[in-house]
Structures are given as C-alpha cells and as structure tokens.
Ligand binder design. Structure first.
Ligand code: AMP
Length: 402
C-alpha cells in the first residue's frame, strides 16, 4: 500500500505528453502586495519558474491559476492577480496573457486562441466563493479549460479547495517540480534523517506545533524550543514568566511531552535567558534576565545571549536540522537578535538544513543567510502538516502512476 504523501507513486509533469495540450498549472502566487500594488516578495513566483518553463519548452498551452488573499468570494480589485501577471512576464521574459476571470465563456474563448508555448494567468480563483467551498460545479468549469492538471502549489496543498482536490479528479493530474521538491525534502528529512537530527521550534504558540512535536518525538535526537511557545514549558517547570505569552491550557501537554522526550532519550533545550520589555513595541526599555527571574509586568520577547550560545552549540554537530518558527518577536529589531543568531548557526552547520515557511523563511532572508540553507519551504501551513506526518489532500488527489 502506498504511504502518505507518496509523491513518487504519483504522475509527474514529465510523464505527460504536453505538446499542443492545454495544461492547467495550479500555482501558489499568494504573494505580499503593498498599498501601491507593488509585490514586496516574489519568491513564490520565482520558485514555480522551472515548472512553467518546462511546460513552455514542451510546447504546452500554459494556463496558470492561483488564489491571492481572502476576497471571500467577491471581486476585489486590490486582490487582482494583474500585478503578478506583470511580474511573471518580467521573470519569464515572455508575454503573459492575463484573463479577467478564471472560468466562463470569455476565458474559454481566450484559451481557444492560445498557441503552443503561450502562457496565460487566470484571475484570482477566490473571487468565486465556490473555490474555498470545494464546489464540484466550479471544479467542472475549471476542468473545461484544460487537458491536463499540474499541482505546483505546495503552499495550498493542505487545503481541500476546488482547484486543489476536486479538479485533479477530473483530469489526468500530475505533480510539478516545486511540489515534488518540497515533499522530497520535508518528508525525506523526517523519514530518513542523517543523525544527529535536530528540530528547532519557535513562534507564538505551542498549540500550533503540538502535532509536529508529537510526530517528531520518535525521530529526533534533540529538540530546541524558543519563541513565545517556550514560556508554556517554562511555566510547566514552575518558573515565573511575568507577563510573557502563555497558553495555560497547554501546560499539562508541555509537562507530558517533556517527560516523553526524557524517556526516549531526546535532549530538550529551553532558553536560559531572555530579552524582556514591558511592551511589544520598538524603542522601549529592554533588559536581559535569566529565565527564572522575569518580573511581573515584563514579557520575554527574544531569547538572550546565553540561550543563543546554548542553542548554537546544540546545533553545531547536527547533520539534519529542521527549523520552524522565530525565536522572538523578530519583526522588531530590538527582539530580532536571537532569531538572526540562530539563522546564522543553522546556516553555519555542516548539515542538511530545512527551514519551514512563513515567518522563518522571512527571518532567514532578513539575516542574509538564505543561500546557505539547503531548502526553504514555500508553504507555512502545508509544511507544518507534512512535519506532523499528515496526508496533504492536494497530493492524494493526484493521479497514480500506472
Ligand atoms: P507562529 O505563527 O506561531 O510561527 O508565530 C510567529 C510569531 O511569533 C511572530 O510574529 C513572532 O513575533 C511571534 N513571537 C515569537 N516570539 C514571541 C514572544 N516571545 N512573545 C510573543 N510573540 C512571539
């Protein structure tokens, strides 16, 4: 029986005879766009270029579709994919036809005029509420546009939406290069790590990372916890945490997981000092204190220098490192040093290093070390779901290899 997220048993874009065919490629172009409609980070667009270029070179008629933001089924000009079409055109150095909608007779007419190697981007899928509702009629309307379906939208593959799970059941459906790469790295690291295998978890909440801790406990050699989630563990050890972030309903879970880690011989590291402040804002007074002495009225907002040293030493001899979640409120410079230092330590390790999407990938870029990381995932929620050992619906929906 094939295992979970078994991408090797699914059709790949290279298995499809693309010449002259209309190929619908679901991408994740959900990029940040500022008030002046300027794309502030185009990495998600760049990372799909190998798949798009392959389809162009094979002579396909390339139809790209994505969501952007949360328009909740209404047309919102600020969430139009038009700026993405312009950026893609520059990146491909080739015309990108922009369709005013993602379904309907006008779009079908435009596609009928496409030639081999032409590229079209459809308008935001989420302008139709049916996309998020996984509506079968909407999926059929999308299927009318194409001969083949390719999923290269790793960042959306954990969502049971029409273009992710229903559409691939209606057409021969294959994985694109980005999707394959994401799965191979994230799944490969967890299932066959070169040891020592170290997991670094941070970010705001324990509740968001329970599944990851639960899944990794049998696989890792060391777990390092920083960020806001560390305080729930520190409180579980009966230390004062002042006004730091805490999830009181997670304290028992934190106690149990620490016991389990101990029983299994997994080394567990918590911060030993913190940068504290009374408010989470730039320019406020800060102090460095040990983790046993955070006063009332003060919050721990970054790991301190002794924790950086402790964590960096724990990372040093690792051969596989997975990192998900910042060590502090890194968006504010005064609380970003811990995250930057850990980014450097991860980058310096002679290891396979995998950074889970969202905030952590931004932190790694901010630290200027992204080129020294083996693999940076483009999907936050999807990469967490993989690390939790769960099936991604977008992958199971693809056609099996014959
Ligand atoms: P997550 O989405 O759970 O990975 O959390 C990322 C967020 O955690 C970032 O926006 C950080 O600002 C925040 N964060 C990290 N450390 C802390 C902390 N010590 N206190 C409050 N928020 C934090």
């Amino acid at each position: 029986m094939p295992g979970k997220n078994d991408i090797l048993n699914k059709l790949s874009i290279q298995d499809l005879p693309l010449r002259g065919k209309r190929v619908f490629i679901r991408v994740d172009f959900n990029v940040p766009i500022d008030d002046n409609l300027v794309i502030t980070d185009d990495r998600r667009i760049r990372s799909t270029i190998p798949t798009i270029n392959y389809a162009i070179d094979e002579g396909a008629k390339v139809i790209l579709a994505s969501h952007l933001g949360r328009p909740k089924g209404k047309v919102d000009p600020r969430l139009s994919l038009a700026p993405v079409a312009r950026r893609l055109q520059r990146l491909l150095n080739k015309e990108v036809i922009f369709a005013p909608d993602c379904i309907g007779s006008q779009v079908e007419g435009m596609i009928a005029k496409m030639k081999e190697g032409d590229v079209m981007l459809l308008e935001n899928l989420r302008f139709h509420i049916e996309e998020e509702k996984n509506d079968p009629t909407f999926a059929k309307a999308l299927a009318k546009l194409a001969d083949y379906y390719v999923n290269d939208a790793f960042g959306a593959s954990h969502r049971a939406h029409a273009s992710i799970v229903s559409l691939p059941k209606l057409l021969p459906a294959a994985a694109g290069f980005l999707l394959k790469k994401e799965i191979e790295y994230l799944k490969g690291a967890v299932e066959n790590p070169i040891r020592p295998f170290v997991a670094i978890l941070g970010g705001s909440k324990v509740s968001g990372k329970i599944g990851v801790l639960g899944n990794l406990i049998d696989k890792v050699d060391k777990v390092i916890v920083g960020g806001g989630m560390a305080f729930t563990f520190i409180k579980a050890l009966d230390f004062e945490i002042g006004d730091s972030l805490v999830e009181n309903d997670m304290i028992d879970f934190a106690k149990n997981i620490m016991q389990d880690l101990k029983k299994k011989g997994v080394k567990f590291y918590l911060p030993v000092d913190f940068v504290i402040a009374q408010e989470v804002s730039p320019g406020v007074e800060t102090k460095i204190v040990t983790s046993q002495e955070i006063p009332k009225g003060w919050k721990g907002l970054d790991i301190g220098p002794a924790s950086v040293k402790l964590f960096s030493e724990a990372i040093q001899n690792a051969k596989t490192i997975i990192w998900n979640g910042p060590m502090g409120v890194f968006e504010i410079d005064a609380f970003s040093r811990g995250t930057t230092a850990i980014a450097n330590a991860v980058a310096d390790a002679y290891a396979m290093t995998i950074v889970g999407g969202g905030d952590t990938d931004y932190a790694v870029h901010k630290a200027g070390v992204s080129d020294s990381i083996t693999f940076i995932s483009t999907g936050g929620g999807a990469s967490l779901q993989l690390l939790e050992g769960k099936e991604l619906p977008g992958i199971s929906a693809l056609s099996d290899k014959k």
